[in-house]
Design a protein around this ligand. Structure first.
Ligand code: UDX
Length: 457
């Protein structure tokens, strides 16, 4: 078993570290944040991720994983050092490599053995070559440090499962020694390993993420066309999904993709292409469709309501997807400011995301309206004039259509995740607007628009 150090304890680093420990390796996770380190030592995960805390506690008490701020001790005699630090997007779409460079320099100044530095963070093609050179330039001891690429494909909300049961492991190496080291570290995972050179490994990560982003944007584009021509995107997606060349996954139209990867990685590949005087038209299209898609429901609702001023607006779901408290690039972040600027009184519910959201928008008056965080779906819907669904959490998907009718002042629903069938909403008497499908019938809208006028202050 290898002595592994992991730098950075975000989604990528912490989950990788815990999973290496689970397979018997001796792991030290390094983070600069002392409070975070103490939290992790006590078995508390700094991120919400199903199954993570259990594995943290189990492996910590078995002595297979430890957490520290003392990078010198952690790096000096490690067999392999995995980098899982952030590479945030800069305004021009390029990746900020400051954290990678900082860790690379610390490694160069401390390692005492032949060791492998493995970059898990998503970095522009060619970065691993530069990291190796950078380490070489700053190396203090007379040792060999090699660099390998090992991109991470985990999705938030299922990160532990995705790591333990990945479909493939990509390793990008430039020497037999590096390849063998990574092969032996991953052997106990029993997952197919694709071994390529470093630049191809870096590109596989971007090409995979951007392909999925493209797939979603394509479905969103088709959904918008479906609405115009009277087709139903759910039916269209189902029909497409049986073709194995297309597959059933990632065909869900909605209010655009968010999260820490797709938005950043599409921008990054577009930037990389520009740097190489190439126009990556497909990825550009995905970015532009996604931008428009984020506010498509808001526009529909604006057309329907004329103004939000004085209306109680229920928002169900704030996070970019279910199973995470992450708000990065979430549709809620685009829509809430628009609604507040139009005077909406928002009542927002999310099973785990409200604390993070409240850091950006503390409860109370905001813009021309206000925002209140509630602890239940019922509280959000009670007497609401309109409801938006932004995230398809299980408990939101499970809401009985009759509940909207019963609790809301006017049962008017804008569903960004196509949770319900048109018919069940019609039967429940809810005016229903979704993505790429027919909107609620006039029959059900008549009563509600009348009530809506009287609801305005
Ligand atoms: C993604 C990739 O799946 C993962 O392999 C990579 O390592 C990191 O980026 P993540 O961002 O955590 O993972 O979530 P994912 O489940 O892929 O969803 C991304 C976004 O796409 C979400 O906003 C989601 O709502 C949206 N999405 C996904 C759709 O709009 N439609 C779909 O059919 C699927």
């Amino acid at each position: 078993m290898s002595k592994i150090t992991v730098a950075g304890t975000g989604y990528v680093g912490l989950v990788a570290g815990v999973c290496f420990a689970e397979f018997g390796h001796h792991v030290t996770c390094v983070d600069i944040d002392e409070d975070k380190v103490n939290l992790m030592k006590s078995g508390i995960s700094p991120i919400y991720e199903e199954g993570l805390e259990e594995l943290m506690k189990k492996n910590y008490s078995a002595g297979r994983i430890d957490y520290t701020t003392d990078y010198k001790t952690a790096y000096k005699d490690a067999d392999a050092i995995f980098l899982g630090v952030g590479t945030p997007e800069q305004p021009d779409g390029s990746a900020n490599l400051t954290y990678i460079a900082t860790v690379a320099r610390q490694i160069a100044e401390t390692v005492e053995n032949h060791c492998l530095v493995v970059v898990k963070s998503t970095v522009p093609v060619g970065t691993n070559d530069r990291v190796e050179q950078f380490i070489q330039d700053f190396l203090v001891n007379d040792v060999v440090v090699e660099v390998a690429s090992n991109p991470e494909f985990l999705a938030q909300g299922s990160a532990v499962h995705d790591t333990l049961h990945a479909e493939r492991i990509i390793i990008g190496t430039e020497s037999k020694w590096s390849e063998e080291m990574l092969n032996s570290i991953y052997k106990p995972f029993n997952i197919p390993i694709v071994s390529v050179n470093r630049r191809s490994a870096e590109m596989i990560k971007y090409a995979s993420n951007d392909f999925l982003a493209l797939k979603i944007s394509y479905m969103n584009d088709i959904a918008n066309l479906c609405e115009l021509v009277g087709a139903d995107i759910q039916d269209v997606a189902e029909g497409m999904s049986y073709d194995e060349r297309i597959g059933a996954k990632f065909l869900n139209a909605g209010i655009g993709f968010g999260g820490s990867c797709f938005p950043k990685d599409t921008q990054a590949l577009d930037y990389l292409a520009q740097q190489n005087s190439y126009e990556l038209q497909t990825v550009k299209a995905a970015i532009s469709v996604n931008k428009k898609q984020k506010t498509i429901l808001y526009k529909k609702a604006s057309n329907r309501l004329i103004t939000f001023s004085g209306l109680k607006v229920a928002i169900l779901g704030l996070t970019f997807k279910p199973g995470t408290d992450d708000l990065r690039e979430a549709p809620s972040l685009e829509n809430v400011p628009l609604l507040l600027s139009q005077g909406a009184d928002i009542y927002a519910y999310d099973p785990v995301g409200t604390n993070n959201f409240a850091k950006l928008y503390p409860g109370g008056p905001s813009g021309n309206g206000s925002i209140t965080y509630v602890h239940s779906i019922e509280q959000a819907l009670q007497d609401a004039n309109v409801c938006f669904i932004f995230t398809e959490w299980g408990e939101i998907k499970a809401i009985d259509p009759l509940m909207y009718k019963r609790l809301m002042r006017t049962p008017l629903l804008f569903d960004g995740r196509n949770i319900y069938s048109i018919n069940e909403m019609k039967e429940a008497g809810v005016e229903y607007h979704s993505i790429g499908r027919k909107s609620g019938s006039a029959e059900t809208t008549k009563g509600s628009s009348h009530e809506l006028q009287s609801a305005r202050h």
